[in-house]
Design a protein around this ligand. Structure first.
Ligand code: KG4
Ligand code: ZN
Length: 339
């Protein structure tokens, strides 16, 4: 079975083909980052218009990359939520129409399930059950994963997502959107002893997160140093990143302790962060467990994770009807279990 996957939920157009026997056989990505950079964030209308321009050519490129023609595709998977409504509608409409024309099943995929399953595209895959830390621009969640579609939410951010806090703090430091990766590069030159930021909600029980106070703390620190010399920017970046990484690690350790799980999966854009990977790697070594990540190009949005999640569900016989519906708010616990 060969599945075409289409991701258009935000500012990346991703198209990929997953083959049951050979794995990932095509992966095309176009990022709109430069389009939105002048506005300091994603402009939904511009995002939709750009997906319209890019999706069909990327599908053609993916078919060429895999040396396939349209007749070889057995199903079409597309992100139908959560995300920006217009952007989701573009990918969903194109995917649904192609599936109709090609007379193959279509499947609307949950974007965060795509992220969650992205580590399965690697050679070393985690066995179920495991704990997943999903850290993206829109979500921060700790989930007990018993199997595909069997998700128990243990904790989540009550305000900003980790990636959102990275991006807002990066903006305060004068970095372009999305500034998470650039902030972590600044942090490499930071002095660890200059500033100490709080570790929000770690002093009380529970597995929820809150990152908006950290961003305010960063804003106040920036305001106290109006010159913003290079070293100060690096020091603030360091302190901010250390606080986020520490907070995530403390909550992961707590969730692993509570659940007795020994495997940890980290996915979503922020899982590309080197400090986070190092810190959680050390934690799992200390606990005698294992940690799994997607390859860096599959941490941020991509079509491969949608093709793969779609393949699993199409293979299990699931499919989405002809009416195109996008789901802006959609909890992963509502997804069907796959045995
Ligand atoms: O998963 P993703 O591509 O999109 C959403 O589903 O939201 O995540 C994007 C987020 C952005 O906030 C971006 O700044 C952050 O991931 N990000 C990083 C790094 N790379 C991407 N944050 C910290 N360190 C990184 N290396
Ligand atoms: Zn994403």
């Amino acid at each position: 079975m060969k599945v075409l996957g289409i991701e258009t939920s935000c500012d990346e157009t991703g198209v990929a083909i997953y083959d049951e026997k050979q794995g990932l056989i095509a992966n095309q990505l176009y990022t709109q980052i430069s389009l939105h950079a002048d506005y300091g964030g994603v402009v939904p209308e511009l995002a939709s218009r750009d997906h319209i321009r890019k999706t069909a050519p990327l599908i053609q490129a993916a078919l060429a990359e895999a040396n396939l023609s349209a007749q070889d595709i057995d199903g079409v998977a597309y992100t139908c939520g959560p995300g920006l409504a217009g952007a989701l509608l573009v990918g969903s409409m194109i995917a649904r129409s192609l599936a109709y024309a090609w007379n193959v099943p279509a499947l609307g995929v949950h974007h965060m399930e795509g992220h969650l399953l992205a580590p399965m595209l690697e050679e070393r895959v985690p066995a179920f059950p495991f704990l997943a830390l999903l850290v993206s621009g829109g979500h921060t969640q700790l989930i007990r994963v018993n199997g595909v579609g069997d998700y128990q939410l243990l904790g989540e951010s009550i305000d900003d997502a980790a990636g959102e806090a990275f991006d807002k703090t990066a903006k305060l430091l004068g970095l372009d959107y999305p500034g998470g990766a650039a902030l972590s590069r600044l942090a490499e030159k930071g002095n660890p002893d200059r500033f100490v930021f709080p570790r929000p909600m770690t002093d009380r029980p529970g597995l929820d997160f809150s990152f908006s106070g950290l961003k305010t703390f960063a804003a106040n620190t920036v305001a106290q140093h109006p010159q913003q010399d290079e070293q100060t920017r690096c020091d603030i970046a360091y302190a901010f990143q250390a606080a986020v990484v520490d907070t995530l690690a403390i909550k992961c350790q707590r969730a692993l302790h509570d659940t007795g799980l020994k495997r940890l999966v980290i996915a979503g854009g922020v899982s590309a962060n080197k400090q986070l990977r190092q810190r959680l790697g050390e934690l799992m070594t200390k606990l005698g467990g294992e940690v799994f990540y997607p390859a860096p190009q599959f941490c941020t949005d991509n079509g491969a994770m949608i093709a793969y999640a779609g393949f699993l569900r199409l293979k299990a016989g699931e499919q989405t009807g002809l009416a195109v519906e996008v789901r802006l708010r959609w909890r992963m616990s509502e997804l069907a279990k796959i045995s």
